[in-house]
Design a protein around this ligand. Structure first.
Ligand SMILES: *[C@@H]1O[C@H](CO)[C@@H](O)[C@H](O)[C@H]1NC(C)=O
Ligand SMILES: *[C@@H]1O[C@H](CO)[C@@H](O)[C@H](O)[C@H]1NC(C)=O
Ligand SMILES: *[C@@H]1O[C@H](CO)[C@@H](O)[C@H](O)[C@H]1NC(C)=O
Length: 297
């Protein structure tokens, strides 16, 4: 066997110390999150690369990467966004309602993200959500001055990017009043998501404004408005760790092999015509090295 010499041991220990240092420093939450995000981004890019190379000959490029409900891929950066933790989809079906103060509008809003904010939509009185086709799909509402609930749009589970802006649109809510038509105009809502890593809560929804009591606009500040990993949360970091370990092992053994080969060659050169550059010589050399080591035992 080839025994590793001093410089090799030194090199290997330096690599090990670096690895340990890397792991220890990655306990720092922020750094860890950043490393993870970067790793996940790389993984994700690799996956989409695989997918696109598979489907490169298909005509409909955009439709073939169809993300799960309430998730979206930014077509500009290829980053993955997951809004599921803000609604029932990411909370085992538990209803999650977000409240937004209406200020000058005079009404407060209750909004669900990708799922309804209503706990028991079917047991509501008839007068609530009049004209709405399915009360289970109300995405947001307010209670008007007469005490009746009005839908500001039915849920959608397909967030999308408008340029750099991540938006979710709810349409087909309660009928807009005050319009001289057949009542076909329905309330609708735009939720605009803003990435906020400093926020203490999961999300904070602010009412921005409404037009003609018919369309409503909200801003949602949340960490889930920031790009994340598709799925493999912890796998990526494990793979990086394994890769570093593999490198360390390769350096350890590869270095030991080259070092002993080099040492042995130096010794041989004075007594014989040694072709140090040829590959067969290297293999022969290895055999001889191990033979010699055996003799010593
Ligand atoms: C591709 O998209 C077009 C519209 O963009 C649609 O008409 C067509 O049916 C789609 N083809 C397939 C195979 O999905
Ligand atoms: C809206 O909520 C605020 C507190 O968040 C409360 O003071 C106010 O009375 C509420 N308005 C209505 C119309 O319920
Ligand atoms: C209403 O929506 C819910 C949830 O999407 C669905 O399960 C239910 O079948 C719908 N009801 C009707 C009458 O369409």
């Amino acid at each position: 066997m080839i025994r590793p010499r001093k410089p090799v041991i030194l090199l290997a220990s330096v690599v090990c110390i670096l690895v340990v240092f890397g792991i220890v420093s990655s306990r720092n939450e922020k750094l860890k999150a950043e490393i993870q995000e970067e790793a996940n981004h790389l993984l994700y890019q690799w996956e989409t690369l695989e997918k696109t190379s598979k489907f490169v000959h298909k005509e409909n490029y955009t439709s073939e990467i169809s993300p799960e409900p309430c998730t979206v891929i930014n077509p500009l950066t290829n980053q993955f966004f997951d809004l599921r933790p803000l609604g029932a989809l990411g909370n085992d079906g538990l209803v999650q309602a977000w409240n937004a103060r209406g200020y000058d509008y005079g009404r407060n809003f209750s909004i669900g993200i990708c799922s309804t904010p209503l706990k028991q939509p079917q047991s509501l009185p008839e007068s609530d959500f009049e004209g709405v086709t399915n009360k289970s799909e109300v995405g947001g509402y307010y209670t008007d001055t007469t005490g009746h609930k009005k839908s500001i749009g039915q849920i959608s589970t397909t967030p999308k990017f408008r340029g750099r802006k991540l938006v979710l649109e709810y349409t087909d809510g309660s009928v807009c009043e005050g319009f001289k038509n057949d009542g076909s105009l329905k309330k609708s809502t735009i939720l605009s998501f803003v990435c906020d890593r400093e926020i203490m809560t999961k999300a904070s929804i602010s009412y921005v404004g409404s037009l003609h009591d018919c369309s409503y606009f909200f801003e949602v500040r949340t960490i889930h408005g920031c790009p994340t990993a598709a799925k493999k949360d912890d796998k990526a970091i494990i793979w990086i760790f394994l890769f570093i370990c593999l490198c360390a092992v390769a350096v350890f053994f590869g270095g030991g092999f080259i070092y002993s080969l080099f040492k042995y060659n130096q010794g041989r050169q004075s007594v014989s015509h040694w072709k140090s550059n040829s590959f067969t010589a290297g293999v022969k050399n290895l055999a001889q090295v191990s033979q010699r080591e055996e003799i010593y035992k």
